[in-house]
Design a protein around this ligand. Structure first.
Ligand code: 5GP
Ligand code: MN
Length: 320
């Protein structure tokens, strides 16, 4: 039996499902989990969808957003847990507990660093997004892709392709987008919400973050920093300013853009983005993180921000 048939059998024969993605979910995570949540509901299944902490409000327009549960609402047992857009179990954060509460784990992901932690693993590092993978799975299994589900999948794909401009965008991606548009979704509105929308406080935050810009290695590497104090001063959340790391990457002649974000005392989340040739997942992996060739991340603990910055620059120098 191929994996798609196995998946079909699981969906046909089981009744109790849970769906989850990684901590600090992005658009691909949110679109993917909510697409599957809506699909399983359409199939008259019991389904709970989980996010660690607060789901980003930016995605509240997606159907099912207000039904998202968090860690203290775990049910006792699920027959099947779908883990979407998540390279390894540790990236589930507190939701990792769900792994023990399910009979079968289905891991659907497109991260090249995926550890195949599921009982069934559908991992395609060539797919632009998990949304793209799910579209193909639903279509192959003859599931009805409603307008509501299409809104979720469009959100996934538009997010992970940076608005259809990253090199992970393929002609297949665009054919899928055409089919999603044909369901009648308001794609202009979703595109605006995901790619272009910034709040006033977000713009103020962007200005503070931009003022920390430094360049290294003949201008090939650019770093920017985001502290908790900046968030407080601007009364903004990070996602109100858009994809901040892009500010560093988009500068002329910069190959690697880096955002160093303060999470807690001596704990920082690092985002790496490359433009053409540098493989940023290698450096993320060095610090226990992961991701893709042109977009990767990791968390570094017990170090000061300046120490982290100089260490990373040295690592990039070594990697070439
Ligand atoms: P971001 O910089 O937007 O947080 O993440 C960029 C890409 O790297 C995403 O695909 C994300 O899933 C992945 N990523 C970010 N942080 C980590 C991490 O700590 N571990 C792993 N395995 N992947 C990460
Ligand atoms: Mn993704």
């Amino acid at each position: 039996m191929n994996r798609l048939d196995e998946l079909k059998k699981i969906i046909d024969s089981y009744n109790d499902f849970a769906v989850v993605s990684h901590t600090s979910p992005d658009g691909d995570s949110m679109g993917s989990i909510l697409s599957l949540y809506n699909l399983l509901l359409d199939l008259n299944k019991n389904v709970d969808v989980f996010v660690e902490g607060q789901a980003p409000n930016k995605f509240s327009f997606l159907n099912g957003f207000y039904n998202i549960k968090n860690v203290n609402q775990f049910n006792n047992k699920y027959e099947c847990l779908f883990v979407l857009d998540c390279g390894d179990e540790d990236r589930l954060g507190d939701c990792k507990e769900l792994i023990e509460k399910a009979d079968i784990i289905v891991n659907i992901d497109h991260h090249i660093t995926n550890t195949n932690f599921g009982n069934i693993n559908l991992v395609d590092s060539k797919a632009s997004s998990v949304g793209e993978m799910l579209y193909e799975i639903y279509a192959n299994l003859d599931f009805n892709i409603t307008r509501i589900i299409a809104e979720c999948l469009y959100t996934s794909i538009v997010s992970d392709t940076g608005g259809f401009k990253f090199s992970n965008t393929s002609s297949k991606t665009m054919k899928i987008i055409a089919n999603l548009i044909d369901t009648g979704i308001n794609f202009t509105n979703i595109y605006y919400r995901i790619i272009d929308l910034k709040t006033l406080n977000g713009i103020k935050l962007m200005s503070k973050v931009t003022s920390t810009l430094k360049t290294y290695l003949d201008g090939k590497v650019a770093t920017i920093k985001l502290t908790k104090q900046m968030l407080e001063e601007c009364e903004a959340t990070e996602d109100e300013a858009g994809e901040l790391v892009n500010i560093a990457r988009d500068i002329e002649n910069v190959e690697v853009g880096i955002l160093i974000k303060e999470i807690d005392l001596d704990t920082y989340k690092i985002s790496f983005r490359s433009k053409d040739y540098f493989d940023v997942k290698d450096i993320a992996l060095k610090y226990g993180g992961g991701g893709h060739i042109k977009a990767a991340g990791c968390t570094i603990k017990n170090k000061k921000i300046d120490e982290i910055e100089s260490e990373i620059i040295n690592e990039i120098k070594k990697l070439g």
